[in-house]
Structure formats: structure tokens, C-alpha cells
Design a protein around this ligand. Structure first.
Ligand code: ADP
Ligand code: ASP
Ligand code: MG
Length: 481
């Protein structure tokens, strides 16, 4: 992008705030009314709204797709019928008059299209990722139309924008990546005129399309990423992720009741946390924000007055643990070769994983052994067969990766020692402290996730004197009293 383009884009986007509302923040009419209040509170800026599907709808669509592909059309249609009834009831409670009439017609048409896709699927019995993307996308199409009309009804001039006409990706269905230039251009061309005419654009998150119009998705939880993509294209002043917790916390509050809000985090720390399983942010969200230096705020839609978490490029000092996270459903893979590990073996091993489209994280290497993490066992028998005679491939599933994140924690030798001491009675495998300055991670059996996260949380967050010194966690402590 040329300097001139960039400058004019920033002038336009200077006051833009992109607000993303997750599934629970649009789950029922009370939630959508709260959303309306929150958007109203930002009306003196230029809000752009990105919404997820209503809570649970994406899972239900997936369930319906599998049911139809397995020949259970009745069950698939019943699931879709329930989704329709839920949207229809919301339309009825939030929108009136002729606007209700046309929204109702649109919803009916969309549901008919969905039903007919499921009927075809029952005949073909073939659910591939491209068709799955098309089916799952209905959730965000419905929710964004509904929210756009609900905002208009409340007196906020809004405009529904189909994200599939603006966000372009490669064809990696199920987990597509944006094609940045065309996406940025189209988002600017579409959204800027709406903002200039004081309208609030409303887009569905998660959904996109290839350049030739085939629907794709950005991966589960991808609406956060959509918001960051829109924010980066417009040079927004801030991106707000409105969700069901008070901000990014020292641990998942569902795992650890003592978890506290982290007031401020660096982009890098938050990105590590998301990469290592903290569901509160889709792992790809922070890259575009970081590139354009746009602060991201994580806020609670049920408690909009809270300060939430600010994620930005602010300078950091201090070295300590800022959060503990866990990634479940991890497969620990070991590749062993009696001939030792050299670059030729590396090439062969990774080439083979690549051919089988099996994405892996490298945990570490030792004499004659490479330790890897995969998210599924599906491709591993084929990979083991292809590598026969070169290396032995073994794996164990039902593992979880527990990760401590914090600025420079790698340079605090004491942290690893204390972690090991805290979980010394558990079957801990492959401690990894080295790929990044900000993480220390290790594998445990999946059944031990809760216990290990709780023990580490007690160890690193219970005593105020252990709290980091730069205002992040310490202010959370003050707030928590
Ligand atoms: P949304 O539907 O708004 O996108 P998600 O369910 O995707 O919400 O993400 C919010 C959830 O993330 C929270 O309810 C919480 O259980 C989970 N979570 C995991 N790790 C963390 C963490 N470190 N801080 C806050 N929430 C977390
Ligand atoms: N609705 C999608 C999902 O459930 C995307 C999102 O919620 O961010 O994965
Ligand atoms: Mg989410």
C-alpha cells in the first residue's frame, strides 16, 4: 500500500471503532438490547459492528450437516427448524412494521435455501469442507441481518453488509486466510461511504469468500479475526471484542474460579495466550491489529461499564507470569531415528507431514528424537507408513498443553523450577522453554488440565509479592480487592 493511500485511509479511519459481539452477546433479545445500548454509547465515534452467530447456532448447523450427510434428514430439518423459530421470535420482539415484514421474508428465504442444501446433502451423502463452510455461514448471515434491523428499529441508522462480498480468502476451507490487498480495498470501498453518511455497517463475522465467490470461513471462533481484519483495513482507532467475561484473565475462569482480569497486555503476550488455547481471542486476531498498531479491547457485554483488557504495543518492563492457559485435544507425536537428527531427516519428516496436510507445532528435539504436537490422529497412520525405514512415529492422544505466558519469563530460571515442583506428582512430558521468550509449556494428560492450571494459578497469583510490577496484574489485584 502506498504512503498516500495509507495516509488517506488513516484520516478516514481515525475515529472508527470496530465492535465485535460474540455468540452470547447476541443470544437473545436482552443481549441484543444490551448490544444496542453499547453501540449507542459509541455513536459519537464511527462504529462498525461485527457479529457472531447466536450462541450455539454454529454447533447446531454442524450437527444438522452431519445428520443430513448420514441420512438423518428429519433430524437435520428439526434442528434447522429450531434455529428458525429462535430467529423469528427475536425478529418479532425487536423489529416492527414493514421492516419486520421484509426481515421475516428474508429469513424465510434463507432458511428455505438452507433446507434445500441439507436435502441435497442427504442425497449426495458427501459433506466436504467447502459445503460445510457454506452451511455454517448461515448463522452469521441470519444474526447480522437481525442485528442490523434491530439497530435501525432503535433509531441507529445501520446498513447490513455481506462480509462474503468484502473479505476475500484463499480456498483453504474451514480455516481460510485473507487475501489482504483485495480485502482491504473492498472493505474501504464498501464501508467508507456508509460511515461518511453516518450509517453503522453491520457485518457477520467468521464468513468470507474466495475471489470467485465460493463461501469460506476463517476457522471456529473466527469473528474476532473478522473484526481485526475490518479494523486494519479502515485504520480504526480501536477494535473492541465484546464477550461474556470481564476481559482477558489470568486463566480461563471456567477452569479457575480465582482468575483475575489483566488490565493491560502487549500484543505479543495476548497472541501467545490465544495461540496456546485461550478461547477468548481467535489466535489470528492480533496479527492485523499489531501490523497497523490498533489497540484491541476485550470487554464484557453484560457489564459494559467495566474497563476490560487493553491489548496494545505499550512498552513493557517487569518479568513475571501474566496468565496460564491450556489447549486440549492435543496429540503428542514422537519421531525417532536411530541415525540421529540432521537437516535431511528434518526435511523428509516435515515434507511428509506437509503432504498429509497435518499441521504440527515443534515442541523440541533431543538426540535422535523430534517431539511434535498435532491436533488430530487422523493423518498419523499414513505418515508413519510413509516414514517407515526412515524414522519411527509414535503418538499419544488425550493430552493437553499447559502454558504459562509472560513477558521474558524464559529469562527467569526460577519459574520453570517452581512449575516442575508444583506438578511433580503428575505425568508431565516435554517441557518446552525456548521457542519464545514469553512462554513455558508442558504436556499433561487431559484429565489433569484443571488441576494443573489451578495449582499453577495458586502458585503464581495468590501472593501479592509475586505479582508483576508494571501495573498489569497488580492493578487487577487492586481491583479484585
Ligand atoms: P464469544 O462467543 O464472545 O466469542 P468465546 O466463548 O469464544 O466468546 O470466548 C469467551 C470465553 O473464553 C470465556 O467465557 C472463557 O471461558 C474463555 N477463556 C479462556 N481463556 C480465557 C482467559 N484467559 N481469559 C478470559 N476468558 C478466557
Ligand atoms: N460462530 C462461529 C463459531 O462458533 C464464529 C465465532 O463465534 O466467532 O465458531
Ligand atoms: Mg469467540
Amino acid at each position: 500500500m502506498s504512503g498516500l493511500n495509507r495516509q488517506s485511509r488513516f484520516e478516514r479511519g481515525d475515529d472508527v471503532v470496530v465492535m465485535k459481539f460474540g455468540g452470547t452477546s447476541v443470544e437473545d433479545s436482552a443481549a441484543i438490547r444490551r448490544l444496542i445500548g453499547i453501540v449507542q454509547s459509541r455513536q459519537h465515534h464511527q462504529p462498525v459492528v461485527v457479529v457472531s452467530a447466536l450462541a450455539k447456532v454454529t454447533d447446531q448447523l454442524l450437527e444438522a450437516a452431519h445428520a443430513a450427510a448420514n441420512g438423518h434428514l428429519g433430524s437435520a430439518l428439526a434442528t434447522v427448524r429450531n434455529i428458525y423459530v429462535r430467529h423469528e421470535a427475536l425478529a418479532d420482539s425487536l423489529v416492527t412494521g414493514s421492516a419486520y415484514g421484509s426481515l421475516d421474508r428474508e429469513l424465510r428465504d434463507e432458511f428455505r435455501a438452507l433446507e434445500s442444501l441439507l436435502q441435497d446433502l442427504q442425497t449426495s451423502r458427501h459433506l466436504d469442507l467447502a459445503l460445510q463452510d457454506r452451511l455454517l455461514g448461515f448463522g452469521e448471515c441470519f444474526s447480522s441481518k437481525l442485528v442490523s434491523e434491530a439497530l435501525s428499529e432503535a433509531g441507529i441508522k445501520s446498513a447490513h453488509v455481506d462480509a462474503r462480498d468484502c473479505i476475500f480468502t484463499d480456498a483453504r476451507h474451514g480455516q481460510a486466510s485473507p487475501v489482504w490487498d483485495s480485502t482491504n480495498q473492498r472493505l474501504q470501498d464498501t464501508l467508507s461511504p456508509l460511515l461518511q453518511s453516518a450509517r453503522v455497517p453491520v457485518l457477520g463475522g467468521f464468513i468470507a469468500s474466495t475471489g470467485d465467490g465460493v463461501p469460506t470461513t476463517l476457522g471456529r471462533g473466527g469473528s474476532d479475526f473478522s473484526a481485526a481484519i475490518v479494523g486494519a483495513a479502515l485504520g480504526a482507532a480501536r477494535v473492541e471484542i465484546w464477550t461474556d467475561v470481564d476481559g482477558v484473565m489470568t486463566a480461563d475462569p471456567k477452569l479457575c474460579a480465582d482468575a483475575r482480569v489483566i488490565r493491560k497486555m502487549s500484543f505479543e503476550e495476548a497472541a501467545e495466550l490465544a495461540h496456546f488455547g485461550a478461547k477468548v481471542l481467535h489466535p489470528a486476531t492480533l496479527a492485523p491489529a499489531m501490523r497497523e498498531n490498533i489497540p484491541v479491547y476485550v470487554l464484557n457485554a453484560r457489564r459494559p461499564e467495566g474497563e476490560g483488557t487493553e491489548i496494545s504495543a505499550r512498552a513493557r518492563t517487569g518479568t513475571s507470569v501474566s496468565a496460564i492457559t491450556a489447549k486440549r485435544n492435543v496429540v503428542a507425536v514422537e519421531v525417532a531415528s536411530s541415525r540421529g537428527i540432521d537437516s535431511a531427516l528434518f526435511n523428509t519428516v516435515f515434507g511428509t507431514f506437509d503432504q498429509h496436510a497435518c499441521a504440527v507445532d515443534v515442541m523440541g528435539t533431543s538426540l535422535g528424537r523430534i517431539s511434535l504436537l498435532a491436533s488430530s490422529t487422523a493423518a498419523l497412520p499414513g505418515i508413519a507408513a510413509d516414514l517407515q525405514g526412515v524414522a519411527d512415529v509414535r503418538w499419544e492422544n488425550h493430552r493437553a498443553l499447559v502454558c504459562l505466558v509472560g513477558e521474558n519469563i524464559r529469562h527467569q530460571p526460577d519459574v520453570a523450577r517452581r512449575v516442575f515442583a508444583a506438578v511433580s506428582d503428575m505425568d508431565v512430558r516435554v517441557l518446552c522453554q525456548g521457542a519464545s521468550d514469553r512462554t513455558i509449556s508442558f504436556l499433561v494428560e487431559e484429565s489433569k488440565v484443571e488441576e494443573s492450571v489451578q495449582r499453577l494459578h495458586t502458585l503464581f497469583f495468590q501472593k501479592p509479592e509475586l505479582v508483576r510490577d508494571w501495573g498489569g496484574i497488580s492493578s487487577a489485584f487492586c481491583q479484585a480487592g
